[in-house]
Every structure is written in C-alpha cells, then in structure tokens.
Design a protein around this ligand. Sequence first.
Ligand code: SAH
Ligand code: SF4
Ligand code: F3S
Length: 497
Amino acid sequence: MTPRTYFLETFGCQMNVLDSELVDGQLRDMGLRPAATPEQADVVLFNTCSVRQHAEDKVMSRLGRLKRQKTRRPETVIGVIGCMAERQKEDLFVHVPHLDLICGPGEIHRLPALIERVWQHHDRVVALAGSQSRRTDVLQRGLIEDDLEALDLSRRPGQGGGGLQAYVRVQRGCDKFCTYCIVPLTRGPERSRPPDHVVTEARRLADSGFREITLLGQTVNSYLYGEDGRTVRFAQLLERVHDIESLDRIRFVTSFPADWDEDIFRVMRDCPRICPYLHIPAQSGSDRILKAMKRGYTVAEYLDLMDLARKYCPDIALAGDMIVGFCGETEDDFRATVELVRRVQYKSLFVFKYSPRPGTAADRNREDDVPYDVKVRRNNELLRVQSEVSLRHRRSLIGSTVQVLVEGFSKSARKLRSMEPSAAGSTQGSESSPRTAPTPPPATARQLVGRTPHDLIAVFDGDPSLIGAIAAVQVESASALTLFGRVQSVVSPSRSH
Ligand code: SAH
Ligand code: SF4
Ligand code: F3S
C-alpha cells in the first residue's frame, strides 16, 4: 500500500512556524509523507492565524477550494489548526461543512490521535482549550502543559547540520490583553518554560549544526520562572543560552516595552553572540492611542528606552510594528506616529491597518471609525517614511564590511536557477530570458543571500559551498531592503560541507 500523504500550510507568526515544525514531525512519525499540493494529499492541515481579518480570509479561501476534492475523495481529512481554530471553534463547521478537524494551538500534541479518530470513525473531531473532549481526556492543567513541553522537547533537529536557524519557545501565551489583540484569547495565559528545557533544546540544536537560534515569546522579555525558591528572569535565561559556545547567534522576539529590564541590555552588551537586534513594537506614536490600546507606556517612556538601548549597544538595530487607523485615531495622532518613526530610525518596520477582532476589548467598547481608505493612506505614508529611513540607514553602510550567515540562493537567483533546463527538469523555462531579472544589480544564478547580526539582508555573488558559512561581505550598494556586496573572506566555514 502506498503511504498516506499530508499537506501542511502555515500562516501567521513565528510561533505558528515552530508549531508547524512540530506537527510536521508528528505526521512523519505517523508514517505520512509530504505531498506537493493539497489536491494530492490524504490529510490537509492549515495552521492558521487570527490576528487580522485578512489572515482568516486567506484560509477561508483555501478551504473553499477544497470543497470539490472532499466530494470526490471523501476520505481526505481536512483540518484547521492554530489560532483561528481556537477563535472560531465549532462555528468553523458551519462555515466549512467539509471540514473534519478543529484543533487549537494548545492541543497540537493530540493531532495524531485526532487524525486516527477521523479515519476510524469518520467522525468530526474538535480539540480546544476548555472543550469537553479536553476536560475528559486531561483533568489537570499541569498534564496539558507537560504534553506540550514533551512535544517541544521531542523535536528532532535537522539531521547532520541540515539547518542553520531555528526557533526555541521560551514562553507560551500572553497576559497583556492589548485592547486590539486576539492573541491572549487564542494562545491563553502567559506561561514561561523551565529554563533547563529551553537550554537543553537550544544545546541540542547547536549540537546538530544549527548556528543561530531565536528565542520566541509574545512578550519574550517578560519571561519569569520560579526555580528552587528563586526566580529566573529573561536576562539570566539569555546568559544561560549564551553559555552554549557552539551557537554563533542568538536572537529573541518579540520584546514588550513596558516590561523592560535594564539587565537585558547589560547581557546584550557583554555577550558577543547575542545579536544587537531588538524587535520592540511601539504600535502608535500617540499617548492617547497607546492608552486606548492599553500598552502600558507613554511615547516619552518608549523613546527613553530606545535611547537607553543605544547607550548600551550603540549600533543596535531596532525593529518595530505600528498599527494605523485604530479606533479614534485622528490625523494628529497619526502625525505623532510618523514623528516617532522618524525619531527612532528603525531598521525595519511592520505596518498594519487596524482590523477589529471579535472578543477583544476594542471591538466591544470602541467604534472602528477610521474609514478604510484613510487606513490605506496612512499605511502607505508610514511605509514611505520608513522606506526613506531604511534606505538612508543601508546606504550609510556602503564601504563597510558585514558578517553574513549565508542562508542559500537569493530569490531572484533561485528563480533563474529554476529556469535552467537541468534544474527545472523541463525545457519550458529556458524560454524565459535572464534579462527579465530585476535590476539593479542584475541577479545571477550564483547569487547568495544571508543575514547580518543586525538582521539586514545581504545579497552577493559567491560559490554555493558558502551556504551555511559566515562570510565577511563588503557592502557596495544598497536598496531600502537589501545590501549588495562582495565576499571578502570566509569567517567560519559551513559545518555541513
Ligand atoms: N506580541 C507581539 C505581537 C503579536 S501580533 C507584541 O506585542 O509586540 C503581531 C503584530 O500584529 C502586533 O505587533 C500588532 O502590530 C499587529 N496586530 C495585532 N492585532 C492587530 C489588529 N487587531 N489589527 C491590526 N494589527 C494588529
Ligand atoms: Fe497581543 Fe499585546 Fe500580547 Fe502582543 S503583548 S500578543 S500585541 S496582547
Ligand atoms: Fe497569529 Fe496566533 Fe501568531 S493569531 S500572530 S498565529 S499567535
């Protein structure tokens, strides 16, 4: 009998990417093989995000396309896992009658059993925080946590140094309840993982060849764990992870400004392999709006914190998120946001149009009163301002040398390679001329891409054997998003070659 196959598509944040990696491992352990498309798969799972309506709409459209497949091949298992499952719960069955499985992000360790149940009983299955099935299966909260921990710890890192960068969770859930945000409702309360588990996982990844790890938490710097009558805070956890000498780079996301602890800056300053990079969203540059969002800081406090960051780590790269068009945002509030973005000089900024989420305080108590076209205008203007900032910042690096962890072929080079008849396995692509490649500078099939410790993307010509290495690259030109350069030397060769 040919083995059954699965297709898993992931939406949303790094937490979901990590969860999908774990789900992927579980499905393989069940003997399933990956399929190239949902149409070819026996099990189709979408690991979903609810943070904005748009994220949910994308999944609904994917699910809609599977309706015919389910009629043709009723034995296909179709499932929604992740945050959208937790937010919409059984209502999803009403909107998507051909759905078989709903599983929240806190229940993914149960997926193999759930899939088996669909196969055996041709039944619909639901696993959600607080659902009946969970209450009967698992009586104590502690047990659930143990199961989730066991799932994280069971992760098998890429064999033989296959991987370069990996995520390690330090915290689950979120307790902040920013008024616009669905995450505390989909991921539950904040719980920090035992430091030993975090360090063990990071060490295992390092031992199998991973060079960079990113510690993950919704408010990662709020990490707090009680151990032997003492508490371990994030600064101490970072130090413990930094003790793993074979790790070249350590990052962490996302930081929450109101919970900052100066010790974290001290550790960042003193530990050379912790990247000088901070993703620390402000969300707005207006005190009035920050208060309405319940973020817990003022603009002045946020700016003081950014100044302090630069005092400890003068070349620190700051990244942020902003929401435009939150309830009641006036033109003056928006101007204040533009002002903040100019003042902070982020190396990158993610801008989102406010999207009301059912169940959040903002959706209950405030009116979504900024017209959509105004949100679009503010969104575009803010991106334009950031693009100027980004370009100026990247251009200031021309002539300097940056250390790049080489990840692989750049996208444009990958496209060109896939057009090569040998790579594509057909002659079709060869009709496309490389001259259609974006300029400047022209992409070549040997163009590689990687990231600097500051999380800047660098593209350069180089031998594929550099993939996995850390290379010194001299910056020759720059766009708002990318540095272009030339390899000067190999700082540390690839571990897998
Ligand atoms: N925990 C992180 C971010 C989690 S969600 C933090 O607190 O910074 C990622 C980003 O999505 C947020 O930073 C915010 O900018 C954006 N976001 C969250 N809810 C949103 C909503 N309802 N509408 C638009 N953007 C939203
Ligand atoms: Fe959402 Fe706020 Fe928690 Fe971030 S800190 S996940 S924005 S509630
Ligand atoms: Fe989305 Fe859930 Fe992450 S709502 S942003 S996938 S925690």
